[in-house]
Design a binder for this molecule. Structure first.
Ligand SMILES: NC(=O)c1ccc[n+]([C@@H]2O[C@H](COP(=O)([O-])OP(=O)(O)OC[C@H]3O[C@@H](n4cnc5c(N)ncnc54)[C@H](O)[C@@H]3O)[C@@H](O)[C@H]2O)c1
Ligand SMILES: [Zn+2]
Length: 447
C-alpha cells in the first residue's frame, strides 16, 4: 500500500522553506522565492489516489572545537571557562553580568589527584561551581551513573544556553557525561577534558556517548559531540605506564592506516615517549621552537582521527579505517575481561591483521617485522592465548552480520597506508596467517 505512494500516478512537488516576518512558508522549488531567510531544509510531497506523503529533509550541522593546550587548570588560563566559545560569542557573554556557574563531573581517581586544583581554578575565576566526583569505572558504566548525574544537574540548575556541563576523566567518564548531557532537556552542551591517553586520542574527539547495557558494551548511547574538547597532556604524568601503552595502541592504529610519518616517529621514539609519558621537555617550552615528538605525535593522531570522523560523525558509512584493530578485539576484550585493556586488545587484533596482510601479499616481511617491533617497543601485547582461530572466525562472521552482509576490513597495504577490503579472507590465508602469527609471536611476552 505505502509503496504506491511513491510510484504510479502520483503528483510530486518539492518545496523550499523561507522565513518571512517570523513565519516559515513553503515555496515551490521552481518559483521565485519570497524575500527572507532560506532554510537548508526541504519538504517534498507526493500525492496519489492512495494518500499523501511528505518527506522532510532537514540537515543538521554540528560544530565543535578541539583545543590542544597546556596548564588548563592554571587560573590564568581561560580555556576551561571560555574555550568553547568563538570570539563573537565570547564578547556577547562577557558583556552579560550574570554570575558564572559550571557543573563539573570528575572521575573519582582524577578527583583525588586534581580535584583541589579544579576547585581552586573556579574559585579564582569567581565561578559558582558544583563538582561531582563519581566512580566512573568500566564496571559502573551504566544508566545508574547517568541518572545520578542528571539528578544533580537538575538540582544545581543550569542554563543550557550558557553553562556547559564539564566532564574531566577517562573515556568512561566522558562517555557517561556525554550521554547524560545529550538526554538532559534533549541536548545540553558539554565539554570533554580527557585525562587518559586513550580518551585523549580517541573518545574525546568524536561524537559518541554511551553506557553498557544488557551485557553489551556501549549498547545505549547517542551521537552528540561536545561543544568543545580541551586536550592537556600534563594529566598523563599521573597515569600508570600500562595506561600510556594502552593509548599508544590507538595512535599506532592511525599511524598504520594513514600516516607513515607518525609510524616512523613511534618506531624511533616510542619507548622514549612511553617513559616520558608524552611530556615535552622543559627546554622545548618555547612554542616557536621545533615541535617535539610528544607534541607532533599527539597532534598527528588527533588530526588523522578528525579527518576520518568529521565526514562520518554518525558512522553511516561502514567503510571506516578507524575500525582497524576493532574486528576481533571486542570479542577478545569481553572474553578475557578484565585481563586486557581496550588498547591492548586492539593491538593484538592489529598484530594478527598485519600477518593477514602479509599473507595476502599486501605487506612485505620487512614491513611486518617493523610493525611488530614497534608494537613491542610500545610495550603492547602482540599475541594472546585466548585469541584462538575459532574466536577470530566467530568475530569475522559477527562482523559480516552487522555490516550489511559483506565484511569491510581495513588492512595495511604498506607503512602508513591502507585499503578497505570487502571480500572475506580465504580460509587457507586465514589459517596460514594464524599459524605464522602463533609460531612467531606466542612467546613474545617472555622476551
Ligand atoms: N566515545 C568514543 O568514541 C570512545 C572511544 C574510545 C573509547 N571509549 C570508551 O572509553 C573507555 C575507556 O577509556 P579509558 O581507557 O580512558 O578508561 P577509564 O575511563 O576507565 O580510565 C582508566 C583508569 O585511569 C584512571 N585515570 C584517569 N585519568 C587519570 C590520570 N590522569 N591519572 C591517574 N589515573 C587516571 C581512571 O580512574 C581509571 O581507573 C571505554 O569505556 C570505551 O568504551 C569511547
Ligand atoms: Zn578503540
Amino acid at each position: 500500500m505505502l509503496s504506491n505512494l511513491n510510484s504510479g500516478h502520483s503528483q510530486q512537488a518539492k518545496f523550499n522553506l523561507v522565513q518571512v516576518k517570523g513565519t516559515w512558508i513553503r515555496q515551490p522549488e521552481q518559483s521565485q522565492l519570497a524575500e527572507g531567510k532560506l532554510s537548508d531544509a526541504e519538504i517534498s510531497q507526493n500525492k496519489s489516489e492512495n494518500g499523501l506523503l511528505w518527506t522532510v529533509v532537514s540537515p543538521i550541522i554540528f560544530s565543535y572545537r578541539v583545543i590542544q593546550c597546556r596548564n588548563i587548570l592554571d587560573p590564568g588560563n581561560d580555556t576551561l571557562l571560555w574555550g568553547h566559545l568563538g570570539d563573537e560569542e565570547l564578547k556577547g557573554t562577557l558583556s552579560n553580568s550574570k554570575p558564572l556557574r559550571r557543573f563539573v563531573v570528575i572521575d573519582e581517581t582524577v578527583n583525588h589527584l586534581y580535584g583541589s586544583q579544579v576547585a581552586q581554578y573556579f574559585k579564582a575565576r569567581k565561578t559558582v561551581c558544583k563538582i561531582l566526583p563519581l566512580p566512573t569505572t568500566e564496571e559502573n558504566k551504566g544508566l545508574e551513573l547517568v541518572t545520578r548525574i542528571l539528578e544533580q544537574v537538575h538540582e544545581f540548575g543550569i542554563d543550557r544556553r550558557s553553562e556547559p556541563i564539564i566532564a574531566i576523566g577517562g573515556g568512561v567518564c566522558l562517555d557517561v557525561v556525554g550521554l547524560a548531557a545529550s538526554l538532559y532537556r534533549r541536548r545540553t552542551p558539554y565539554i570533554r577534558v580527557p585525562t587518559t591517553l586513550l580518551s585523549y586520542v580517541d573518545a574525546s574527539v568524536g561524537a559518541k556517548t554511551g553506557v553498557n547495557f544488557a551485557g553489551g558494551k556501549n549498547k545505549l548511547g547517542s551521537y552528540v559531540p561536545p561543544v568543545a574538547t580541551f586536550l592537556d597532556r600534563s594529566f598523563f604524568q599521573t597515569l600508570p605506564p600500562r595506561q600510556i601503552s594502552n593509548g599508544m595502541a590507538e595512535m599506532l592504529k592511525m599511524a598504520l592506516m594513514k600516516h607513515r610519518g607518525l609510524f616512523e616517529l613511534l618506531e624511533a621514539e616510542g619507548r622514549k615517549l612511553l617513559h616520558t609519558k608524552l611530556q615535552s621537555c622543559e627546554s622545548n617550552n618555547d612554542v616557536s621552537e621545533h615541535e617535539d615528538c610528544a607534541t607532533a605525535s599527539t597532534r598527528i593522531a588527533i588530526e588523522t582521527m578528525l579527518e576520518e570522523l568529521a565526514p562520518n560523525l554518525w558512522e553511516d558509512d561502514l567503510d571506516r579505517l578507524v575500525d582497524f584493530g576493532h574486528l576481533i578485539s571486542p570479542e577478545l576484550e569481553m572474553c578475557v575481561l578484565p585481563a586486557l585493556l581496550h588498547g591492548e586488545a586492539v593491538n593484538i587484533d592489529m598484530a594478527f591483521m598485519v600477518y593477514v596482510a602479509h599473507q595476502r601479499g599486501l605487506l612485505t616481511a620487512d614491513e611486518k617485522e617493523r610493525i611488530v617491533q614497534c608494537m613491542l617497543g610500545l610495550e603492547l601485547p602482540v599475541w594472546h592465548q585466548d585469541c584462538t582461530l575459532a574466536l577470530v572466525q566467530k568475530s569475522l562472521r559477527e562482523r559480516v552480520k552487522h555490516s550489511g552482509g559483506s565484511v569491510r576490513m581495513p588492512l595495511p597495504t604498506g607503512l602508513g597506508q591502507a585499503e578497505i577490503f570487502h571480500d572475506m579472507i580465504e580460509d587457507n590465508i586465514l589459517h596460514q596467517a594464524y599459524q605464522k602469527w602463533t609460531d612467531e609471536l606466542s612467546d613474545s611476552g617472555n622476551k
